[in-house]
Design a binder for this molecule. Sequence first.
Ligand code: ATP
Ligand code: MG
Length: 262
Amino acid sequence: MTRIIAVTNQKGGVGKTTTAINVAAALAANDIKVLLIDCDPQGNATSGVGVQKTEGMQTLHDVLIDGKEAKTAIQQTEMEGLDLIPADKNLIGVNLQLVNVDDRESILRKHLHGLRGEYRYIIIDCPPSLDLLTLNALMAADAVLIPIQCEFFALEGISSLIDTIDRVRDSFGHPLEIEGILLTMYDERTNLARQVAADLREFFQDEVLKTVIPRSIRLAEAPSHGKPILLYDPGSKGSEAYIQLAKEILKHEQTRSAKSAR
Ligand code: ATP
Ligand code: MG
């Protein structure tokens, strides 16, 4: 079974791409086949795993707009077991190009059907907006992982994200789960971060993941070297945190299969 997780929060700069890259890599480190899909025209997940757009390289845009098979857009990365479907700035056009297309919110979902079974996990990095790209990611996903930065205004925009998730469930009848809310860029030395983290746990209760991602320069540096933190600085705090997050996600999988076996 393939589990598809969309990493989403329409607030910018909260750690979506850092999380998508590094949780994908940490899952792959468990001998699991993982596909990372860059669904953001900024292309940060693409460059962050060291893939450079070359002449003739297929991207997510070619899949969504030209109907190219998803398989033809897959690139290998330096991390064993981790593949990528890249994106570049052309992807921005999708919002307009799909406006008059039937089932325009389900195009990614249809394309990923053919890949279910090839990968244990598919991780989708979403753009910082609630546009058609994000909607396609949510419709394709089994669950969402929502990074929230432990700072003031952490909850800004969360209600519109929750509304969108509800709309996907109710209007489109898609049983989207919440994999978890992930506290990112946590600086334990500041009272503010501790207070925000406590407030988020009180508000979202068990939906907040146990793993917390610390603020770390090494995590911020890794993408400029085109590497996940597991390759850039394997022993670092940031690397350990994402390994822990992958474990927590794998544990959810065991809990779900134990429940369904009952
Ligand atoms: P966007 O909304 O633009 O797509 P994003 O939500 O994907 O942004 P990232 O690109 O992952 O966010 O992170 C924003 C910035 O913060 C980047 O410069 C990144 O390197 C840095 N960053 C992310 N996580 C951490 C962390 N745990 N510690 C320190 N810096 C971090
Ligand atoms: Mg991003």
